[in-house]
Design a protein around this ligand. Structure first.
Ligand SMILES: Cc1ncc(COP(=O)(O)O)c(C=O)c1O
Length: 432
């Protein structure tokens, strides 16, 4: 058992604000409030675990990207990388605030269409799109398909019956400084074609009567905190040739912990657009695809404390875990968490915030600073808006949590909690 660092005697409330949603406050009796709704009310009304999204802060963040890029490079388009939060209510907000949408599979296509996203504003990604998915996308009148490989070109040759806009994903050869599973732009990436193979694929598209090749796409990875790497990618992609469109992907990192720093949207856009001015044709269309940096900070996850065990460490166990917060196990992402209904108390104890799944890797926060935790406390885990809901799974029979959007004192259920009946509905009845 490792020795825990000394427990803090006070709180870090001012730093906490920087990782909580923008529209966060604390009530007179010490309860965290998101979008004007106390978390105690949300937990009572919708149960826990619960994902809560600050819709006002979310919309404001989308505008920072959309207006910020437009101001710097008028021939621009910002796509929401919907894999970060593929929820019908979210697709709708993205479209309302001026984003187009990137989807990466038939499921995300169905969700986006159900939200009323205009098909021509959809961009279809993926390194292994099936015939059936491509057909679904073509039937829907998809705006752009981002071709990953030559097998996909074979498929499109068979399936296309009318003109279709295409981009080609290329490997820029930029090893982003992030977790290995989130780096996607290095020479050995499974996504896209290396520059030396891209030219033949481009010729093939240009020669085909229905393939409207518009340009190239790259994405160097996710949770990238060094803006120079985005600039480097823009420079690298310029060597692919002169095209109408350059989509330089997503990947801007966010601040997850009190001690971490992340670039602002402004700094990120400055870096990308400066590189575009230096290396891309002035008339080109410039696209970006942020996901995590759009939704992460807008979200928290609420959990209820089920057990407090003082053995060697203090283990505070909650009613969720890696089944609804897979990133803690997959990429060892660090988060901050607080006891959300006692924010007026000093943080006196450093604890292991653990989940209820049967893995020791089910550690939500390795060293969270809490007042002495009690069964029934409400825990808020900060900055969980991206990639948590979508990576939820049924490990140990866990149920996918609900999501609520809160705004100006009102909460609305955007996706209901999975039920045991949902779980059972997938299975054939047991033979008697
Ligand atoms: C092609 C593509 N675009 C955009 C993104 C969004 O990345 P992020 O959520 O880090 O902004 C991803 C996710 O990794 C991606 O694969």
């Amino acid at each position: 058992m490792h020795t825990m660092p000394p427990a803090p005697q006070d709180t870090r409330l001012s730093e906490l604000r920087e990782v909580l949603p923008e529209e966060s406050s604390v009530t007179a009796d010490g309860v965290l409030s998101i979008g004007g709704v106390p978390v105690t009310t949300l937990a009572e009304r919708y149960g826990t675990p619960l994902h809560v999204i600050d819709e006002t802060g979310l919309r404001r963040q989308i505008r920072r990207f959309v207006d910020g890029l437009q101001r710097r490079w008028p021939n621009a388009e910002v796509l929401f990388a919907s894999k970060s939060l593929p929820v019908v209510g979210m697709y709708r907000v993205a479209q309302e605030e001026g984003m187009s949408v990137d989807i990466a599979g038939g499921g995300e296509l169905r969700l986006a269409l159900a939200a009323g996203v205009a098909p021509e504003r959809l961009h279809f990604h993926g390194n292994a799109k099936t015939d059936a998915e491509l057909q679904m996308a073509l039937d829907a009148g998809i705006g752009t398909i981002i071709v990953d490989n030559c097998d996909e070109l074979d498929r499109l040759e068979r399936l296309l019956t009318r003109p279709q806009k295409l981009l080609l994903r290329v490997i820029p050869g930029v090893d982003a400084d992030t977790h290995a599973s989130q780096a996607t732009g290095g020479e050995r990436s499974k996504f896209g074609l290396p520059m030396r193979q891209a030219h033949a694929a481009i010729e093939r598209m240009r020669a085909h009567p229905f393939m409207e090749f518009e340009g190239v796409h790259l994405h160097i990875g996710s949770q990238i905190l060094n803006t120079r790497q985005f600039a480097e990618a823009v420079e690298k992609i310029s060597s692919a040739g002169t095209f109408d469109t350059y989509d330089v992907g997503g990947g801007l990192g966010v601040k997850y912990t009190y001690d971490e720093e992340a670039p602002s949207v402004e700094a990120y856009l400055d870096a990308i657009v400066a590189a575009a001015r230096d290396h891309l044709p002035a008339s080109a269309r410039l696209m970006i695809e942020p996901g995590r940096s759009v939704v992460a900070r807008a979200g928290i996850t609420l959990y209820r404390v089920i057990s407090v065990k003082r053995t060697g460490d203090v283990f505070v166990a909650v009613d969720g875990g890696m089944a609804d917060q897979l990133d803690v196990a997959l990429t060892h992402q660090r988060y901050e968490a607080v006891i959300a209904d006692r924010l007026d108390e000093a943080w006196t104890e450093r604890v292991q915030l653990v989940g209820r799944q049967c893995e020791s890797g089910d550690l939500l926060v390795d060293g969270a600073d809490f007042p002495a935790a009690r069964v029934g406390d409400l825990v808020a885990m900060a900055t969980t808006g991206a990639y948590a809901y979508t990576m939820a799974n049924n490990y140990n029979g866990a149920l996918k949590p609900a999501i609520v959007f809160v705004r100006e004192g009102e909460a609305r259920l955007v996706a209901r909690r999975e039920t045991y009946d949902d779980l059972l509905a997938l299975h054939a009845p047991a033979a008697l």
